[in-house]
Design a protein around this ligand. Structure first.
Ligand SMILES: Cc1ncc(COP(=O)(O)O)c(C=O)c1O
Length: 483
C-alpha cells in the first residue's frame, strides 16, 4: 500500500460521510501500524491532505478533518460510498452542489418560463396516437430541422436535418462519435487544461489519449503537429476554450483545418457556449470554415436553455450519416418525445433567438459586475484577464499556490467556485486559480457581499501557504496594497 492508497481512502471516507468535518483522524504512527506501512508513507498522504485543505493539523492534539469543509449535496446519500476513482467524487460534488458563482449554469432566474409553459401545454395537447410509440432514436425530425436552421443562421454552419443527431448530452455525443468512426487504438488528443467531465469519459473510453497545451491563442497546433502528428481525433473548444475562455485565433483555425485534411484526421468542435461572445464580431464556428468536411460539430442546450433539459446534438458530415444512424439504432435509446416537441416550438417560434439575444446582453453586464467586484477585493492576489466571451471568469493566483484548499474555504461559505488545477490532467505546467461563474449574480452588491465572506480566511491561507515557498512575496503584495 502506498501513500496514494491512504490518500484515496481518507478522501473516500470524507466524501461518504464516514469521516465528518471536525472529526479526529488516526495519528500517523497508529495509522502506519494499523496498515503495516512505513511512517513516512502515512505522513506523505497526510501532508497532501493537509495541503489540499481536507485535514488540519492541530499540533499535539492530533489531526482532524477540516471543520470548514463543506461536503456533499442532495444526491450524496444515493452514491456508492466508495469510488475507485476518488477524483470522480469531487467532480460529482462540484456538479451537483448548488451555490453562488457556480460555473456553467445559465441565468435560470431570467429564463422565459411563462413562454416555455405555454409551449409545453400546446406540445402536450398536440400529441397524437402515433406519438405514443417509440420516438426516433436519432431525434424528433422537426427538432433536427429547427436545429439545422438555427445553426445555419447563427453559427454559419451549412447543414441539413439528416446531419443532425440528437443526444442526451456531451458525453453521449462523444460516445456516439467514437463508437461509429474510431478504431480501438486511434490516438485522441484532448486540450490541456480541458473539461474535466470529458476528460474522465475519455480516460475510460480511449486507450491512446494524449494532451496538447492551450495558450493565449487556443490549442497549440504547432505542438500538436510536432508531438502528435499521427492523431486521428482532436477535441477542441474553439469559441471559448474550457476553462480558459480564450478563442482559437483565425490563423490557428486554418492551420488546424489544413492539418486535419492532410492527415485525414477528425476535429471534434465542442461549441458548448459559442453563443455567448461579447465583442462586436460574433465569432464564427470552426465548422463554418471547414471546406474539407473534417469537423464534427457538438452542441448543447445546457447553456442556452437549461442543464436539466439534457438535450444536445452532433452535426456530422453527410457521407457519415448512414454509419451514425446504424450505431445510434444499436447503441442509443433516444430522448423522450415531449421535451423535444417543446424545444422545437421554442426554437421555431423565435422565442429561442429572443432569449439568446437577451442573455447575451445580460451576461455581458453580469460579467462586468462580478469582474469589478472581484478585482476590487482580490485584485492584488489574482490576475484576471477578461476574454471576449464565455460564461465564467478565470482568476489566476499570482503565486502558484494550491487552489483546492482555497476553493474548500470558498465552498464552506456557499461559493461554488472550482479550482483551476482540476481541469489539468497532468501535473506538468499546471496553473492555479479560481473558475468563477457569474451568470446567476444579480447585482454588484450581491457579488461584493458574497466575495467578502471568505476574505479573511483567503488572505490567511495565502499568507501561510506562500510563507515557505515565496518568503516575503505576499508581504510585499499586501504592503503594496496598503500604500
Ligand atoms: C466544455 C463543455 N463541453 C460541453 C458541455 C455540455 O455538456 P452537456 O451537454 O452534457 O450538459 C459542458 C457543460 O458544462 C462543458 O463545460
Amino acid at each position: 500500500m502506498g501513500y496514494k492508497d491512504i490518500y484515496d481512502r481518507v478522501i473516500n471516507s470524507i466524501h461518504s460521510g464516514d469521516l465528518k468535518p471536525g472529526e479526529r483522524v488516526p495519528s500517523i504512527r497508529n495509522l502506519a501500524q494499523e496498515l503495516g506501512v512505513a511512517k513516512k508513507t502515512a505522513e506523505s498522504a497526510y501532508d497532501i491532505l493537509i495541503g489540499e485543505g481536507y485535514l488540519v493539523s492541530c499540533g499535539p492534539k492530533g489531526t482532524i478533518v477540516n471543520p470548514d469543509l463543506v461536503i456533499g449535496n442532495a444526491y450524496r446519500d444515493n452514491l456508492p460510498s466508495k469510488f475507485e476513482n476518488c477524483n470522480l467524487r469531487k467532480i460529482i460534488d462540484l456538479r451537483d452542489t448548488r451555490g453562488l458563482f457556480q460555473p456553467g449554469i445559465p441565468s435560470l432566474d431570467e429564463f422565459p418560463y411563462k413562454k416555455w409553459l405555454l409551449l409545453s401545454g400546446k406540445a402536450a395537447r398536440s400529441l397524437t396516437y402515433e406519438d405514443l410509440g417509440h420516438p426516433p432514436v436519432i431525434g424528433y425530425l422537426p427538432l433536427r430541422h429547427a436545429i439545422a436552421n438555427y445553426l445555419n443562421i447563427s453559427r454559419g454552419i451549412n447543414c441539413s436535418a439528416d446531419q443532425v443527431f440528437i443526444t442526451s448530452g456531451y458525453n453521449s455525443s462523444l460516445r456516439l462519435i467514437f463508437q461509429t468512426i474510431a478504431s480501438s487504438n486511434d490516438k485522441v488528443v484532448f486540450e490541456e487544461p480541458g473539461y474535466f467531465s470529458g476528460q474522465k469519459l475519455l480516460e475510460r473510453l480511449i486507450q491512446n489519449l494524449c494532451y496538447v497545451p492551450v495558450d493565449s491563442e487556443g490549442i497549440n497546433v504547432d505542438f500538436l503537429i510536432s508531438h502528435h502528428n499521427d492523431t486521428k481525433f482532436v477535441i477542441t473548444t474553439p469559441s471559448h476554450h474550457s476553462p480558459l475562455t480564450v478563442s482559437l485565433t483565425l490563423p490557428r483555425r486554418h492551420q488546424l483545418l489544413n492539418w486535419a485534411q492532410e492527415n485525414q484526421a477528425w476535429i471534434i468542435e465542442d461549441d458548448y457556449d459559442g453563443e455567448f461572445h461579447f465583442s462586436r464580431k460574433n465569432i464564427p464556428s470552426l465548422k463554418s470554415l471547414d471546406v474539407f468536411d473534417r469537423v464534427i460539430y457538438v452542441g448543447t442546450f445546457s447553456k442556452t436553455i437549461m442543464p436539466s433539459l439534457h438535450t444536445a446534438y452532433v452535426v456530422i458530415p453527410k457521407v457519415l450519416a448512414p454509419q451514425f444512424h446504424e450505431t445510434a439504432e444499436i447503441m442509443e435509446t433516444g430522448l423522450s418525445l415531449l421535451p423535444q416537441k417543446i424545444l422545437e416550438s421554442f426554437i421555431s417560434s423565435g422565442a429561442f433567438y429572443k432569449h439568446l439575444k437577451r442573455m447575451r446582453s445580460l451576461y455581458e453586464s453580469r460579467r462586468m459586475m462580478v469582474y469589478n467586484a472581484f478585482t476590487e477585493i482580490y485584485g492584488d492576489y489574482f490576475n484576471t484577464p477578461l476574454q471576449n466571451g464565455g460564461m465564467h471568469i478565470v482568476a489566476f493566483l499570482k503565486l502558484d499556490i494550491k487552489d483546492v484548499a482555497l476553493c474548500n474555504i470558498w465552498q464552506s461559505h456557499g461559493l461554488q467556485v472550482i479550482p483551476l488545477s482540476m481541469w489539468y490532467a497532468q501535473k506538468r505546467d499546471r496553473r492555479y486559480g479560481l473558475v468563477i461563474g457569474y451568470t446567476n449574480i444579480k447585482s454588484k452588491e450581491e457579488a461584493m457581499t458574497a466575495l467578502r465572506l471568505p476574505y479573511k480566511q483567503t488572505i490567511e491561507l495565502l499568507q501561510s501557504s506562500c510563507h515557505e515557498s515565496f518568503p516575503g512575496k505576499l508581504r510585499d503584495m499586501i504592503a503594496k496594497k496598503k500604500q
